[in-house]
Design a protein around this ligand. Sequence first.
Ligand SMILES: Cc1ncc(COP(=O)(O)O)c(C=O)c1O
Length: 462
Amino acid sequence: MNDARQSLVFKEKISYEKLAELDKAYLWHPFTHMKQYIASEPIIIERGEGVRVFDVHGRAYYDGTSSIWLNVHGHCVPELNRAIVEQLERIAHSTLLGMSNVPAILFAERLVKIAPQGLKRVFYVDNGAGAVEAAIKIAVQFWANQGAKNKRLILGFYNNYHGDTLGAVGVAPDDMFHWAFLSLLPPHPRVPYPYPYRSQSSDPLAESLEATEKLLRQRRDEIAAVIVEPVEGAGGIIVPPRGFLKGLRELCNQYEVLLIVDEVATGFGRTGSMFACDIEKITPDLMCLGKGISGGYLPIGATLATEKVFEAFLGEVDSGKTFFHGHSYAGNPLGAAVSLVNLDLLEELMPQMPEKIEKLSSWLQPIADEPFVGEVRQAGFMVGIELVKDKKTKEGFAYRDQAGWKVADMARNNGLLVRPIGNVLIFMPPLVSTLDELEDMVQILCEAFRASRDELAKLAKN
Ligand SMILES: Cc1ncc(COP(=O)(O)O)c(C=O)c1O
């Protein structure tokens, strides 16, 4: 009955119109203004090849968002596909609760080998926010297990983003995204992130570290951990001055609080080194991983911990010290298998990154001169292009103007997918992109800015 050649999934050819109708009738898209979406002609992706995705009409687009900051080696990569198929023929999933599976063990060992020295334990989750949730809970219980039950606050940074589950939102609430939940959130303290661009302060790094120090000094008995993004991603690609992570590490040591570094966006080569922590040679107590961990193939995440943190959870069964936290799909064998091969490929790719990053920087230069661009910010393959109404005052466009979308739509028409967050157009190509592909993508971006000038000028007058 099951003819192997006949697809079980795609039983009949469905027209774009029908798919769009079904999509609008049944889906609720994440981070999407659904009213506008329903009125639009959405892109419906059918397949991917290399750094391009193809819609159901067969139109190709460069994946300039890496499918939301995930993709590393492109799409439909033979080695990654094979890793999944090989594992699939053994088993798709089995639980990690009280037992184990082969790829989860092998990948944990590989992760520990490449992670900052001292991170020795891998707690699997299935997405980035999940990695942050686990880190927050581990930090609080780490202290509670040692009798310090008042240490349950997490010190975070304004404008950082750690995901959308309530714990992650709690340490990084955003007025626009989370206004409806603010009353549900714990009173975690926050301090300014060192914002090196157009800062009012002559030394934003010192200002941020001083504010952190002051709070730690005053409230060390209440603070379990500091959580930080090594590069502010969703906040608009803000690259802090060198010395920030090191400064935080020293303060956390001095005041005896844990340091959680959220490498969900920056990990696995995105900034040009395997982890952003490697640049300043620091080891956090807890590190959150997601996104590029599986090369952008399957939903898997992990929270890495030092042995000191792990040991605080060892006790008799009735000691209450156990970490009672977990997800049904934690350590999914398919995800772990593809993540292992992702690392093999990544280790080959990393030596090529410095040249690619340097060339990307130089090609992006002309965009900085565009009349409505305030700044082009870059950390490796994370690029944020800030749109402003006025180049001198750097005043931004009103949110309702959706200025970033004007440029993104132009780029899309010319075959490049990019996505703005507020006034910042985020460009995150897959790491595997060749120099020719990168140059082509940047060309499309430059052209999109040029072609949007008149429309942006009209908006700027409002
Ligand atoms: C720094 C950071 N942390 C956490 C998350 C949440 O990851 P996920 O979307 O997989 O839950 C993101 C997602 O953009 C992120 O950029």
